[in-house]
Write a protein that binds this ligand. Structure first.
Ligand code: D41
Length: 674
């Protein structure tokens, strides 16, 4: 039966290719092929398997979609207990730890340590037999955890089959499953829009997702994992050091954190800690410290363990970025689309070196969930540079005079009715463009950096212009005169002229920016770009039906409805006509983005980008045929350096790779129409 042998071979070849590209993409962050090519291979495999279901195996990459829901998880008793980590809360603790290690090892020389970021996720154990993933379990209490195999199998960075041919007959990989911050935020945004439950933080989200009884749900959520050690190992002699074990795991396709490093002596550990702390906000995952492990396995064995923690490892924790303070008041702010958002006014408190006096409360449901009252003592959390949030109430400290918090019935800006549609979490002011808050916010959005980028037109000035009745919508901006402007308080003729010039300059824009600037509900920057690519003119977009809109990539029925509705409103039609008549224009190269424009070039993104997310920058570069790699080498064409760029930037400078700023990158992308 040569035909069937042929099919078998074809399936085997496709599986191997798909596994290899999965690994390149998810573990190494260095894709070799475009997503579309990957999807093509995947579809081909799927269709062969549909025609030959007898050839489907458990470890086929098509089998990550989840299975029938379980009634409950089984228990897994860990053959070797999963230990926990002792903590160090400062340099003194770290020096004590190092001293204890040296004394026990009877060593006078500096100790070699393997250093790793401490991922704030969920610890798991993966068991491979004959190179096949046969079981995944949570750590649980260290002695026994839950059998979450079906959920683990959906994680694309976890190989179902190990790569290479020198893996042990039995191998237990231990690691931390987590949510990338970007993926977490996207998921919560989508959940919020769909009126579903949102997670408080990525850690809760990963724990909740791993404990989903319906693995088909888990499959929809992008969990990932970094390995941090091994448990059971049979049929393989361990190498001499922890770092070598991790390096070996990586060769079998297991994802290992690229920031793992070996250093000598406790002072170098402290420098590593400082380095990782400084880079904390640029990482796409949450960490709560760094872990140091005596690198030599023989030394680890000599040191042994206490009841639950090894003597050879320690977690050096970052200072908590949480604070306790009083909730003095809650104000309701009205956004561009009328969303009424509660904001906590706090008694100012220092958290991680920053004074916090406001925190977001998201929506009224969040207030209910927290059971929050004015006058409460609250715990607030500051994560990186995002807006701080209230995470809990200290209910024992609630004063008798604490006041309940109610959604206002009327808009604090315009007095129109505030409505919260059944089943939605967002309450909205019904005043539309009659509402001064919505007007101000929509003009502020129109002028913002990623929209028309009108220099010098900030919040204060917009408030002044709206208050004075000089503008009510974006089109009015372009009718402002010098005579009107100089009448304003604190406006010298020079600044008036600067503003008029900036307005003039902003008229030359791009179609995606213009669409984004309109501030249509649910239309962010990337949707605006998709709409522009699809319709190529504002005229065509204005005429688009809901049906046609749903053919645009990433546009579903909800977004289509909002877009169509927006262009039906008389006021919006008028404003757009006036903007175009007022001289707003752009050039649209007739051809779509050239997928080969940057072919053969490799980009490395580093540091914090502010105007676009990393994944977006990556996607847009890839649309033009560029590769985006995770580390700098002689093959790198350009390094894009955001704020606080670190070692990748210095390496690029050292080997003479050209550096682009974020602005230069955006200009490059726009020049090529993506
Ligand atoms: O990143 C982590 N969360 C992490 C956790 C890490 N990088 N290394 C770890 N190493 C260990 C030992 C030393 C016991 C092998 C760990 C953990 N344990 C751990 N995670 C949860 C409990 C213990």
């Amino acid at each position: 039966m040569s035909a069937s042998r042929n099919v078998k071979e074809q399936i085997a070849r496709l599986r191997e290719e798909i596994n290899r590209h999965n690994h390149l993409y998810h573990s190494l962050d260095e894709p070799e092929i475009a997503d579309a090519e990957f999807d093509r291979q995947f579809r081909e495999l799927k269709s062969l398997e549909t025609d030959h279901p007898e050839l489907i195996t458990d470890d086929s990459p098509t089998q990550r979609v989840g299975a029938e829901p379980l009634a409950a998880f089984g228990q897994v008793v860990h053959e070797m207990p999963m230990l926990s980590l002792d903590n160090a809360f400062g340099e003194d603790d770290m020096r004590d730890f190092d001293r204890r290690v040296k004394t026990r090892l009877d060593s006078t020389g500096d100790i070699e340590y393997a250093c790793e970021p401490k991922i704030d996720g969920v610890a798991v154990s993966l068991l491979y037999e004959g190179g096949k993933l046969i079981r995944g379990a949570t750590r649980g209490d260290g002695a026994a955890g839950e059998n979450v195999t079906l959920n683990i199998r959906t994680i694309e960075s976890v190989p179902l089959t190990l790569m290479g041919d020198d893996y042990p007959a039995r191998l237990e990989v231990r690691g931390e499953v987590y949510f990338a911050r970007s993926a977490f935020e996207r998921m919560n945004r989508e959940a919020e829009q769909a009126g579903q439950k949102i997670f408080a933080n990525p850690r809760n989200a990963s724990a909740g997702t791993l404990r989903q009884l319906d693995s088909r749900e888990t499959a929809k959520r992008p969990l990932t994992m970094f390995a941090y050690s091994v448990g059971i190992v049979e049929g393989w002699e361990l190498p001499g050091s922890h770092a070598e074990i991790l390096a070996k795991l990586a060769t079998w396709g297991i994802r290992v954190n690229p920031l793992v490093k070996t250093v000598t002596g406790v002072e170098a550990c402290l420098s590593y800690y400082d380095e990782i702390l400084a880079r904390r906000s640029e990482l796409d995952y949450e960490i709560d410290g760094v872990v140091f492990k005596v690198n030599t396995i023989r030394d680890q064995q000599a040191l042994g363990m206490l009841t639950r923690t090894p003597r050879w490892a320690i977690a050096h924790k970052f200072p908590a970025e949480e604070g306790v303070t009083l909730l003095e008041d809650v104000e309701f702010q009205v956004g561009r689309t009328g969303a009424v958002t509660p904001v906590a006014r706090l008694k100012p408190v220092q958290v991680g070196g920053v004074t916090i006096s406001n925190a977001t409360l998201h929506n009224i449901d969040e207030i209910e969930r927290l059971n929050l009252m004015i006058g409460d003592t609250v715990i607030i959390q500051r994560a990186g540079d995002v807006i701080p949030k209230v995470i809990a109430v200290v209910e024992e400290k609630r004063p008798k005079i604490a006041k309940p918090i109610n959604l206002p019935r009327s808009c604090p800006a315009c007095g129109s009715e505030v409505l919260q549609p059944e089943g939605e979490v967002v309450a909205r002011c019904t005043g539309g463009l009659e509402c001064s808050a919505q007007r101000k916010e929509s003009i502020r959005h129109f002028a913002s950096r990623l929209a028309l980028d009108i220099e010098g037109l900030g919040e204060k000035l917009i408030n002044q212009l709206v208050q004075e009745g000089l503008i009510a919508n974006p089109a009015d901006l372009f009718r402002l005169t010098e005579a009107q402007l100089v009448e304003l308080e604190r406006m010298a003729p020079k600044s008036a002229n600067n503003l008029l010039e900036a307005l003039d300059k902003s008229k030359a824009t791009t179609l995606p920016r213009f669409i984004y600037a309109l501030g249509i509900q649910e239309v962010g920057e990337s949707t605006a770009r998709n709409l522009a690519q699809f319709y190529r003119s504002i005229g065509a977009l204005r005429e688009a039906t809901e049906e046609s809109l749903q053919e645009v990539p990433d546009v579903g029925p909800i977004v289509a409805e909002k877009v169509a509705h927006f262009f039906q409103q008389e006021i919006n039609k008028r404003v757009i006509d006036e903007l175009l008549a007022g001289g707003i224009h752009w050039q649209m190269d007739e051809s779509a983005a050239d997928p080969k424009a940057l072919a053969g070039q490799t980009y490395v993104l580093t540091g914090v980008l502010s105007g676009l997310t990393r994944s977006e920058a990556k996607a847009r570069l890839q649309l033009l045929g560029a590769k985006v790699a995770g580390s700098v080498s002689a093959k790198t064409s350009y390094v894009v350096a955001g704020d606080a760029a670190g070692s990748k930037l210095s390496k690029a400078q050292k080997i003479g790779i050209p550096i682009l700023t974020e602005e230069e990158l955006i200009a490059l992308l726009e020049q090529h129409g993506v």
